[in-house]
Design a protein. Structure first.
Length: 452
């Protein structure tokens, strides 16, 4: 033994997190809530690959965006030399897929997706290299009505998730021609203020001057605040669209503020852009962002198709939910099966399957390196599982064809254990558990209901 060296541990990739069992109930609650809201608005799910051709993002997001310039995980497939990228966002893949499969040949579509995204950023609170988004894309709709509907659906997410600390910021960045005029004015203005521009801004002046408006540098705020506003360059149609969105939001009592400096980091947006932000997450306060992207289908060689969508950052929203209070940890099972002796073990195995047939969640105690363990240690596991009942099959029970059912959450009550015939144990437990569920049923979607 002594010459065998202990193998070194391998750590996960920096900035990419494991989802551990204690957190999975919260993820499940989030996913269930969001999915049922999406369904209630007629959105259909699509699942696209995590890997796409690199040029999909380079062309779609824009060569001079932060994501494409410095955040993408790109690599060459060593088998065939293909240039590939781990998706940094979901819209490009969904639009690629919609074009490839002609998804909107017979009318518009409401689609949604969820899954991991990858960006090589500096890991910090609310900013990871693998993170998760839920996004919705409404394809083929032209009017302000769909923009407003997407925003109202977001409001419903927050309501159903119990979040009252996110607020809506809205802007319109017009169409390409309006942006070009504004861009020229913006460049002229920034050139007059060369002395205030930092190195990053000077670089962006040549590549993507609009993004200078996004700066977080305090020394530049005053200058940037006084810069020409895109809103002042909008033509009649863009203005009417923007006012249409606002009118619907007001009519439905969705509060918002217009943030004339709100531009999105990706090139494909036009007209409506919005962000949902919170003050409770430090500097990574944007939990959801979106807008209209009428040009993207054309950029990808598809039939010109108007579109609008958003993506929300799951990790940031979960952090907000956690801050709201204790997360209820649901029980691992309804019944934990404890047994002692070879014959009892065989019976426990059969009973556990019958209980599952009846719709109950069952954990059967199984052997580890130390065997099945003492009765006492098994009961400890039963207690820790959160199960409402332990079913005990000892040697006596096995010989008499009975089982003992112990109520685990009955406090100090003396008579919390009964002996029932093996063949009636399933009915007995189903009645007990269904009975208590009727009494104190709750709104928790993770709560188990017994159907029989
Ligand atoms: P940020 O301003 O935080 O860099 P972004 O403009 O790059 O965000 P989008 O591309 O619009 O973000 O993505 C939509 C949402 O996804 C963001 O609002 C945020 O909630 C989340 N998100 C983006 N990047 C990350 C990341 N690296 N880690 C965790 N969540 C992220
Ligand atoms: Mg970013």
């Amino acid at each position: 033994m002594s010459e065998i060296k202990k193998a070194e541990k391998i750590a996960g990739v920096k900035g990419m997190n494991d989802l551990l069992p204690d957190d999975s109930p919260l993820w499940e609650l989030f996913e269930n809530t969001v999915q049922s809201v999406l369904k209630s608005y007629g959105f259909q799910q699509v699942r696209t690959p995590i890997v796409e051709p690199t040029n999909l993002f380079a062309r779609g997001l824009g060569e001079v965006t932060d994501v494409v310039e410095k955040e993408m995980y790109s690599f060459e497939d060593s088998m065939n030399g293909d240039k590939l990228t781990l998706r940094p966002e979901g819209t490009a893949g969904v639009v690629r897929s919609a074009i490839e499969h002609n998804l909107i040949y017979d009318g518009p579509r409401r689609l949604w997706y969820t899954g991991p995204m990858f960006r090589h950023e500096k890991p910090q609170r609310g900013r990871y290299r693998q993170f998760h988004q839920v996004g919705a894309e409404a394809l083929g709709f032209t009017g302000p009505d769909i923009d407003a509907e997407l925003i109202m659906m977001c409001q419903r997410f927050w309501d159903d998730l119990g979040l009252d600390n996110v607020r809506l910021e809205l802007n319109s960045i017009g169409d390409a021609e309006e942006r070009n005029q504004h861009k020229a004015a913006l460049i002229a203005y920034f050139e007059q203020h060369q002395d205030i521009l930092d190195a990053e801004a000077k670089r962006r002046l040549l590549t993507n001057p609009l993004r200078i408006l996004d700066t977080k540098n305090p020394a530049m705020q005053e200058m940037v605040n006084a810069a020409p506003k895109l809103l002042d360059y909008l033509g009649a149609e863009s203005l009417a669209h923007f006012e249409g969105v606002q009118k619907i939001l007001r009519h439905n009592s969705i509060p918002f503020t217009i943030n004339t400096r709100l531009v999105r980091g990706l090139d494909y947006y036009n007209r409506t852009v919005f962000e949902w932000v919170t003050d409770d997450l430090g500097s990574q306060g944007t939990v959801c962002a979106g807008g209209r992207y009428d040009a993207l289908f054309g950029i990808f060689g598809g039939k010109p198709t108007p579109a609008c969508g958003f993506a929300m950052g799951i990790e940031r929203l979960l952090e907000l939910m956690k801050a709201k209070g204790d997360v209820h940890q649901p029980a691992m099972c309804d019944v934990y099966l404890v047994h002692q002796g070879a014959e009892a073990q065989m019976q426990a195995m059969v009973l556990s399957e019958r209980l599952r047939d009846a719709g109950l969640d069952v954990v059967l105690h199984c052997a580890t390196a130390n065997g099945v363990g003492s009765f006492k240690s098994q009961m400890k596991k039963a207690d820790g599982s959160g199960a409402a009942y332990a079913v005990i099959i000892g040697e006596d029970e096995a010989n008499n064809n009975t089982v003992s059912v112990k109520e685990l959450r009955a406090g100090d009550a003396e008579n919390n254990q009964v002996n029932v015939p093996f063949d009636t144990a399933v009915d007995y437990l189903v009645d007990q558990i269904a009975g208590s569920a009727d009494g104190d049923c709750c709104d928790d979607p993770n709560h188990h209901h017994v159907h029989h």
